[in-house]
Structures are given as C-alpha cells and as structure tokens.
Write a protein that binds this ligand. Sequence first.
Ligand SMILES: C[S@@+](CC[C@H](N)C(=O)[O-])C[C@H]1O[C@@H](n2cnc3c(N)ncnc32)[C@H](O)[C@@H]1O
Length: 261
Amino acid sequence: MKVNYGYRTYNPNYYKYNHNPSFGTNGRVYKSQYGVEMGTMTYPFRSDIDWKKLTEYMIRHFKNKDKVNIVQFASSDGSEAYSQIISFLERGKNEDIGKFFPIYAYDIDEEIIKAAQSGLLNIHPENMEHINHNCKDYTEYFKKSSKNLEIKNNVYDLFQKKYTTYAVSEDVKKKVIFKQADMFDILVHLEDDSNTVLMCRNVLGYFSDRVIKNTVEMVSRKLKKDSLFIIGKIDTDSWIKNYLKANNFREIIKNVFLKIA
Ligand SMILES: C[S@@+](CC[C@H](N)C(=O)[O-])C[C@H]1O[C@@H](n2cnc3c(N)ncnc32)[C@H](O)[C@@H]1O
C-alpha cells in the first residue's frame, strides 16, 4: 500500500519495518521554498544536547550579564524551547533566570509555527521517557488537553497514532515567543553584545555546502566573543565542526560552540 501524503508518496510498511523511526512529537514533511524536502521532526530534550550541562554552563558563563538573548532558529513545534525553559526551571530555581527570557523562536514553516503558537504539544510515549528523564514531575509543565492538535503531513500518522495532546503550562508558554520567519532574514539583523545563545539545530544539515559555509561565516561575524552557537546531530558532519573551529568557535560541550575571538 502506498499513501500520497502531500508532497511525497510514502509506503507505510517501509517506514514500519525498515525505517523504524524514533518518534518525534511530530514528523511533518513539506517542500520548502528553497526546493528541498524539509522535515520538522523534533522532540523535547532531543538527545544530541546535554541539556543539564548546557543550562548549568549558561547560568555560570553569563552570571555577570543582566540580559541574555536566546534565539532559536528552526524551532519546529516548540519542543526545543520547552526543553530549554524546563531545564532552567528545574536547575535554576534559586538563580537569576529571568534574564534568559523570553526566548525568541523562529521557524519558516507556517503550519508548524501555528502548532507551536497553539500552546499544545503532541507527546508520544517515547517522548515522555525523555521528558521524565529531565524533570521531576512533568505535570508541572504539561497537562492532558481535551483538544486535539492536528499537524498536516505528519508521516507518523500513517501507521501509529499513539499521541496524546498536552497543553503547555502558562508559566512555560509565557517564556517563549514563536514567530514565523526565515532564519536568514533574522540572522542579517541580529545584534549581539556578547550575550547571545543562538540555537540552530538540525537544520543546517538540510542545506548545500555553500549555504552552510556562508551561514557559519555570517554567524561568526555576528556573534561576539563569549556568545554561544549550538548545532544538532544532523549538522555534525566533521567539516561543519571544523569550519566552526576555523571561524573562531571552540566546542565546549558536545554540539555547543563558544565564540572565542
Ligand atoms: C528537523 S527540524 C529541527 C527542529 C529542532 N531545531 C530540533 O533540533 O529538534 C528542522 C526545522 O527547520 C525549519 N526550517 C527550515 N528552513 C528554515 C529557515 N530557512 N528558517 C527557519 N526555519 C527553517 C523547518 O521548518 C523545521 O521545522
């Protein structure tokens, strides 16, 4: 059986038996305006970052700053923003964490930004394992909702519907602003005062080598010494890491780069 699912034709059996994806909170696919097939798959506490280490590092590293700007490119359904906020709330209750908020989170895809802005999140049991591993009591942050969050062209819908829709707590929601935008437009106007954390995770890997190179060079021009640039698993071809190092970044935690000059 084949199912035409928006841009692509999927064979559910292929996915079920051969691909065996680890479930995200969504598995939407679409054809981007740049002509590539793009996936919005994400999940809370995506394991290519050590969230505890990162958060503790940020609290220490920016202790003398009054304001820290966390900017997330390719924010998808909000899972990444929620991971960062919950990490602060879990580890920094007695710390000055207000200066890290609000997070500005951008995604180019209207459908996925609409999902993020709804304040709802579809959580699969696999995602719940990651959440529980990173916080003491998930019900402080997520409550079962009577609503059903529909996300178009979600390939996971094809063969397994085990999601539950949760409402994100008000306290978490108010700490992030989701906007639909192309990250390259935001990057051009980004201003830094050595107090930026720029997350650009699991998106560069979709682009051509030329685009990746230009992006790394521009990020290096924009970010000043002591700011952070963070990438993800699908971006971590060795040449990207080496190119970041050649452009004045040092990897201080896996996938987390400190601007050193
Ligand atoms: C695989 S998801 C990554 C989600 C999340 N950052 C993570 O690591 O789990 C890639 C996201 O990049 C977004 N995206 C692609 N091109 C973009 C662009 N030019 N500007 C902003 N977002 C973009 C897609 O819509 C998609 O939601």
